[in-house]
Ligand binder design. Structure first.
Ligand code: ADP
Ligand code: MG
Length: 652
């Protein structure tokens, strides 16, 4: 029995139609989605010439009976929806019945398919939309679609295709991400010369990440998992007079988010490493991207992005998939709820993991534009080239020291950077094989490093030993050797303290009267911002008055800030707000003010601290929610783990 039917004109017209085949990767996307919709557990994708010469997708799904195989190439022929009502509740990746006819009209296509209902399979050959051959053929159950010479009859389109390697990398990226979204299925991607991806079914998403990208990537990711009951349904209920006797109110379901977000040490210059799946569909979504930016606020510096692989699952009627021609965008029916849920879940995961920046990694970490979680690494790996690995690099040969200025908020200080630890010098190949216990000629191998998740408790056990250049506190605990930037540590403590006090509305934070009012001349733009944040400034211990339009007299400033600092701080704060693209909400204003006060009130570098001060600082830092990075996203503490130390001493 055939399952495919033509949609009525009425339904077809409601479909956000458009060109589905722009490039080889879009054809691959449609074919892979069809295989997934057909319930396949094994998908094999073969491409040649970056997909321009050949794209073949084979699966072991439900296949098609002969009549369906023919019908599938009619426009708006689908087995997935029937009427306009179904468009509100789409359970499959495809639903428009457009992909196969579109692809067939611009290529030479061979379809081979067999449904378990029929003894023999069907072979269908089409070129430029014309059926050339229909035959019965002995075939295994499932479907294989081979698309040759894409755009052979549309030279203008063909000309716009990019180099083969570019097209191939788009295809590889796409297949990789569908493989990540379906760890229980077998995926293979082959180019003409080699296997680019072979992923056997595994039991979890993290195993799939490991399989595809290896242990280094997994190490830099923090798992996210959260679930929430929806309080109401997103689609409005029909009015009482339109409800028939079978009417039952819709039941709100659950929303679930799971996947991975990267540790703050991973920094990207664009959003190309953020992958979002909504009900199994890979989408670009500004709402979710915004939620992620919010989750990383004060953890990552502005204009730097994380690596994210996130799966959002919610009842299909809560998502409108019919808003974009290539189905790469969706619309949530309860936008704010989804936004806040994703933001809070990602934030909670980041807070819980409280990842410790690794010393060597932070040095080599540079924000890059190169997308992570993309198959460029995969291409390299499959070609047998070593990926870039963070080696422990203290072992590099001693080269003349170079001076590099490290920028601190406040005074910049010159710090000697040994190229051996800066990643500038060549990394020496390890001379000795790292056999556990190998170097143990005279000492004992240390007990295994405790693998506990670093958290406030770990920090609380830190014992400060002293300062390097009156700026960095050196401390130890059983986890290893730690270096704490005293300025940013104090900044983090103050920042959270101010925000907490403000949230609890605990009166006004102490302001202190300046000996003489400080007079500042504001620019027009600064005046505008001042007018907007004036009240909140007052609640943070500032007392300032504008007179004559542009002249500001500051009489009181938050305690702990020297009056000389106030003159820098207020204009800086006003300018920063001006650069904000989004409209100011109270939360942003509060956070900004808190970050600025914290930065200016915090102890500086180049300041000697007594033992009890250092202990206080470490103790207070341990109590913060996010002790590992400062409100501007820089690391606060760095750790040399026992493992790294042992490796450097060639003990393991
Ligand atoms: P849509 O996916 O929107 O329904 P397509 O043009 O992609 O439209 O496919 C048309 C129909 O062909 C599908 O509804 C499905 O019934 C059938 N079909 C396509 N690919 C496969 C496949 N790999 N296995 C089984 N059936 C398929
Ligand atoms: Mg389809």
């Amino acid at each position: 029995m055939g399952r495919i039917h033509l949609l009525s004109e009425h339904v077809a017209n409601k479909i956000a139609a458009g060109e589905v085949v722009e490039r080889p990767a879009s054809a691959v996307k449609e074919l892979v989605e069809n295989s997934l919709d057909a319930g396949s557990t094994r998908l094999k994708i073969q491409v040649e010439g970056g997909g321009k010469k050949l794209i073949q997708v084979s699966d072991n799904g439900c296949g098609m009976v002969r009549d369906d195989a023919l019908l599938a190439f009619e426009r708006h022929a689908t087995s997935k929806i029937r009427d306009a009502e179904d468009l509100l509740d789409i359970h499959t990746l495809g639903f428009r019945g457009e992909a196969l006819p579109s692809i067939a009209s611009v290529s030479r296509l061979v379809l081979e398919t067999r449904s378990p209902e029929e003894q023999g399979g069907t072979l269908l050959e089409i070129a430029g939309g014309k059926i050339l051959r229909v035959e019965e053929a002995g075939l295994p159950q499932g479907t294989s679609v081979a698309v040759r010479d894409l755009f052979f009859n549309a030279p203008a389109r063909r000309k716009f295709l990019k180099a083969e390697t570019t097209e191939l990398s788009h295809i590889a990226s796409l297949v990789t991400h569908y493989a990540l979204a379906h760890p229980d299925k077998h995926f293979e991607l082959h180019s003409a010369t080699h296997a680019m991806l072979v992923a056997a079914p595994v039991g979890s998403y993290s195993e799939r990440v490991y399989q595809v990208f290896g242990p280094e990537t997994l190490e830099r990711l923090i798992p996210v998992a959260a679930n929430m009951k929806l309080e109401r349904v997103g689609i409005p209920e029909p009015p009482p007079w339109r409800r028939d006797e079978n009417y039952a109110p819709r039941v709100p379901g659950d929303i679930r988010v799971h996947g991975f977000v990267s540790k703050p040490e991973v920094q990207k210059l664009n959003r190309n490493s953020i992958f979002i799946f909504v009900n199994g569909r890979l989408v670009r979504d500004r709402l979710i991207q915004h939620a992620l930016t919010e989750a990383y606020r004060n953890i990552l510096p502005p204009a730097v992005f994380p690596v994210v692989l996130l799966f959002i699952e919610l009842p299909s009627e809560e998502v409108d998939a019919n808003v974009h021609p290539s189905k790469v965008e969706v619309r949530f029916r309860q936008q704010t709820l989804v936004h806040d849920f994703v933001r809070d879940s990602a934030r909670a995961a980041l807070m819980k993991a409280r990842p410790v920046p690794q010393f060597t990694r932070e040095i080599t970490a540079q924000p890059t534009a190169a997308p992570a979680l993309t198959p460029s690494a995969l291409l390299e790996r499959s070609l047998g080239q070593p990926g870039v690995r963070d080696e422990f690099i203290l072992e590099a040969p001693v080269l003349p020291a170079v001076n590099k200025r490290l920028q601190f908020t406040g005074e910049p200080i010159a710090v000697e950077v040994n190229p051996a630890v800066s990643g500038f010098g060549p990394v020496a190949a390890p001379a000795l094989a790292r056999v556990p216990g190998h170097a143990d000629g005279c000492g004992n191998v240390l007990a295994d490093e405790p693998q506990a998740v670093p958290n406030g408790l770990v920090l609380a056990s830190l014992k400060p030993l002293g300062q390097v250049r009156d700026s960095f506190i050196v401390a130890v605990n059983p986890d290893g050797l730690w270096i704490i930037d005293q300025h940013v540590a104090h900044e983090r403590i103050l920042f959270e303290k101010i925000l907490k006090e403000r949230a609890q509305n605990q009166g006004l934070p102490q302001g202190q009267r300046l000996l003489m009012p400080l007079i500042l001349e504001l620019t027009a733009a600064q005046q505008a911002v001042f007018a907007e944040i004036f009240e909140e400034l007052g609640r943070n211990g500032f007392e300032a008055e504008l007179f004559g339009g542009r002249t500001l007299a500051v009489k009181t400033a938050p305690a702990g800030i020297e009056s000389a600092q106030v003159g820098h701080m207020l204009p800086e704060l006003l300018d920063r707000f001006q650069q904000e693209e989004q409209t100011l909400n109270l939360e942003t204003i509060r956070t900004r003010i808190a970050a600025t006060i914290a930065c200016h009130a915090a102890i500086k570098v180049n300041m000697a601290l007594e033992q009890n001060k250092m202990e206080w600082l470490v103790r207070e830092l341990a109590k913060t929610d996010c002790p590992m990075s400062c409100p501007h996203g820089r690391p606060v503490v760095l750790r040399y783990s026992v493992n790294e130390i042992q490796r450097a001493f060639k003990r393991i």
